[in-house]
Design a protein around this ligand. Structure first.
Ligand code: ASN
Ligand code: ZN
Length: 322
């Protein structure tokens, strides 16, 4: 634990972040203790049974299985991100144990949050590689947990697409934070490195240019719209949750790049406050969510703040009315 705390100190708040923290948390006692993750990595041994056999508990040495050890490291990075950026203590904000199962199923082509834990397939090796590979995939799945404990966005239609978008937004922010990339330098891809060699594509999704991540006979073409003019009305995929998430994803990209700097500091704070602030209905649509982000930005930066204006402009840019 001592080693771990020291290591995490190297990612301590910048003085600007610290000042902002003190201002936003004025009156509240300044937190004196670090939060500590409690991770468990299980191995399903290529069967579809959960939770599988525990191969690494918190603080235990590396297993030697790159997949299990990556899952452990990416859970740690995601935990550290939520702590550092938003002073959130784990998925539920109250130190929830983080459980993951790796080697789930036979050539299983997905990763998911099942309401209690994260689960990773190995990929079939021809279309997808190991789902523990990209940090933002872990960030995406873990953020489904954060959403479940906060706005609990219903997983259908627009609220479902917002649920998906929250996972992409914070998944991307975790990667940007880990790489110390500003909004203009980030690739804004989700799952870069997950497509196997030979697949015609760069990632699962692009927040910068939704609809351009892949175009391959085995996968089809990336179906994501970047604007309400191209909203996809469908009953499949829970009413297009992984499709229409391109619209709020692109709105976040526009807000973050419009503001500039580190995306997690301002745009990320606005989205985080919106997600966790308790004002959203579980079946909120894009328009209701957009209004809530402008309200959150107004509380943080004022109605005339450049940040608030960038948020409003971002929603206009994807055709969502305020
Ligand atoms: N990887 C997908 C996701 O988290 C799995 C799913 O659709 N349940 O959205
Ligand atoms: Zn998801």
């Amino acid at each position: 634990p001592a080693l771990r705390a020291r290591a995490r100190r190297t990612l301590a708040l910048t003085s600007a972040q610290f000042t902002e923290r003190r201002m936003t948390a004025a009156g509240a006692p300044s937190p004196s203790e670090d939060f500590v993750p409690d991770r468990t990595i299980n191995d399903a041994g290529h069967r579809e049974e959960l939770p599988g056999r525990t191969v690494r508990a918190e603080g235990a040495p590396a297993t030697g299985d790159q997949t299990a050890d990556r899952a452990y490291d990416w859970l740690g990075a995601t935990f550290d991100f939520f702590e550092t950026a938003f002073r959130r203590n784990s998925i539920d904000g109250a130190g929830l144990k983080m459980v993951s199962t790796v080697h789930y199923g036979d050539k299983y082509d997905n990763a998911f949050w099942n309401g209690e834990q994260m689960v990773y397939g190995d990929g079939d090796g021809t279309v997808f590689t190991d789902f523990t590979g990209p940090l933002d995939v872990t960030g995406h799945e873990l953020t489904h947990g954060v959403t479940q404990y906060t706005a609990n966005l219903e997983y259908y239609g627009q609220s479902g697409a917002l649920n998906e978008s929250m996972s992409d937004v914070f998944g991307s922010l975790i990667k940007q934070w880990h790489l110390a990339q500003t909004a203009d330098r980030a690739d804004w891809l989700i799952g870069q490195g997950l497509l196997a060699p030979g697949v015609d594509g760069v990632a699962l999704r692009s927040m910068k240019e939704p609809g351009t991540a892949y175009d391959d006979p085995r996968l089809g073409k990336d179906p994501q719209p970047a604007h309400m003019d191209h909203y996809v009305d469908t009953h499949s995929d829970n009413g297009g949750v992984h499709i229409n998430s391109g619209i709020p994803n692109h709105a976040f990209y526009l807000a973050a790049t419009g503001i500039g700097g580190n995306a997690w500091e301002k745009a990320g704070r606005v989205w985080y406050d919106t997600l966790t602030g308790g004002s959203l209905a579980t079946d909120v649509g894009f328009a209701g969510f957009a209004v809530a982000t402008v309200q959150a930005a107004t509380r943080l930066y004022g109605a005339e703040g450049v940040e608030t204006k960038a948020v409003s402009k971002a929603w206009a840019g994807v055709g969502v009315p305020l």
